[in-house]
Design a protein around this ligand. Sequence first.
Ligand code: ASP
Length: 599
Amino acid sequence: MAEFLGGWRRDYRCGEVTEAMVGRELTLMGWVQRARNMGGIIFVWLRDVSGMVQVVFKADTLPADVYAMGEALRSEYVLAIRGQVALREADAVNEHMATGRVEVNVREAKILNAAETPPIYVEDGAKDNEAIRLKYRYLDLRKPSMQKTMLARSQVTMAIRNHMISQGFAEFETPILTKSTPEGARDFLVPSRIHAGECYALPQSPQIYKQLLMLAGMDRYFQVARCFRDEDSRADRQPEFTQLDLEMSFVEPKDVQTVVEGAFAAVFKEVKGIDLPLPLPRMTWKDAMEKYGSDKPDTRYDMTISTVNEQVRGCGFSIFEQAVEGGQMVCAITAKQAADRLSRKEMDALGEFVKTYHVKGLAWMALQEDGTVRSSFAKFFSEEKLKALLAHMDVQPGDALFLIADKKPVALTAMGQLRGRLARELGLIDQSKDNLLWITEFPLLEWDEESQRFQAAHHPFTMPMEEDFGLLETHPEQVRAKSYDLVYNGIEMGSGSIRIHASDLQERMFSWLGFTHEEAWQRFGFLLEAFKYGTPPHGGFAFGIDRLMMMLTGADSLRDVIAFPKAQNASCLMMDTPSAVPEEQLRMLHLRFDPQDKA
Ligand code: ASP
């Protein structure tokens, strides 16, 4: 039976009781973490979001009905007590508890609510599986670590908001019922009741609205924005997620980057107490690909990639020679002090690993400390060429060398993956580092083999670099964009760009992307028209707050930093959504499901 507060008021939260309060009478309320009945004395750990404190029911000092309440307590009962703060006996001090030097001797109590035995353990480190944790998320969220993460999340959004406001930005909300935004994912659709046969789309981002706000003269916009992308489930994706979205007028990339890195610095200061050195380093996309084999390089360790076409030209090994002559690339990395740690079997496993990135194979060499050489290719090389290659790659006794020959982007990507795997396996990653950097000058367009046409590498509103305008008609694939990504320890945190602000260029962009004039106007006519009425140059950025929280808290999954996340298969196990709806509701929406589609 639930009880009412009946005039009781809480004085402090459980974790706030300190030694300075000894002797004071106070009222506390919270959940019973556990109650230990020692016969005549009952120790109860009372918990709330601030922490835990021990409250004590003593049979010899309490009326029988109050003591009986202590006896009735079970885990997760909601309890209110009135009592006096006391110092614990020296041998009863609990150093593992923040309030472990004190306890509260109960004088009066109220069981505000009973609780059935919880289906999961409400304590950190419990081994319940994730499905049951998600089903009983409200209990899972009672765990101290989960509460800490959620409170940190609130702090992070507050730090971001404060920073944005201090930089002259204003927060605007944009619609959730909208039209498709071309961010490259599938839309969630909402069928309209009023307009039979028509749908709204949930926004993949507020992209178009924020650009229109710049047209509207708002100058500096931001929003802690919810975005929706119907993507196939992957470990690090959620169908709905939150990003800090911003847009500014009359700016170049550096201006946007300065605001964004300022927001990151504010967050790092708030959550980690770290002063992030600003400005953050910048690296062009081309350098990132050539040195790290990735557009989101992890710069916490070196082991960078070298192009060795010149070193292997005429080396005697036909695979390399043919690659160089055929216009492909041969790239290499040296793994320091790795020779002894990689057996033949492991080398073969690495070879299989790179093949999954579509290269034909991996050439390797281990120069043992004693000077002996194990290698998949050295025997084919002329001695002189091998020496020159080893010198170029700074291969010393104890080191291992890896080479890949293939088409440039494929070879670099595979080598980048190998670099990451070796770093993890050889323990080269300094986990204490927070390496943030900007990757700039991405290609504007990407060739899509499947559709046999170009796609926007960022999104179709991205401005080409002025220097590359001349290439737009002749070599569109070589055109660089005024776009930039922020990368944190090898993870992409967000991206942005300067936007096209001319209607005619925007229309040409749509035509490169394969839209006919009619299609472009049908889908984006409102925007193309809007651009005719005095659009300021503008640009912006967006970064994922869920991902940032995951990095800051060291969580393994996005689900651990979102209060009510979707499971891997995009369903909510707690509310059991998506779920069937009554026929009547479907009819109102002018929908009929094919019975064959039923799960
Ligand atoms: N709308 C983009 C995104 O969500 C970011 C931007 O260009 O501002 O990735």
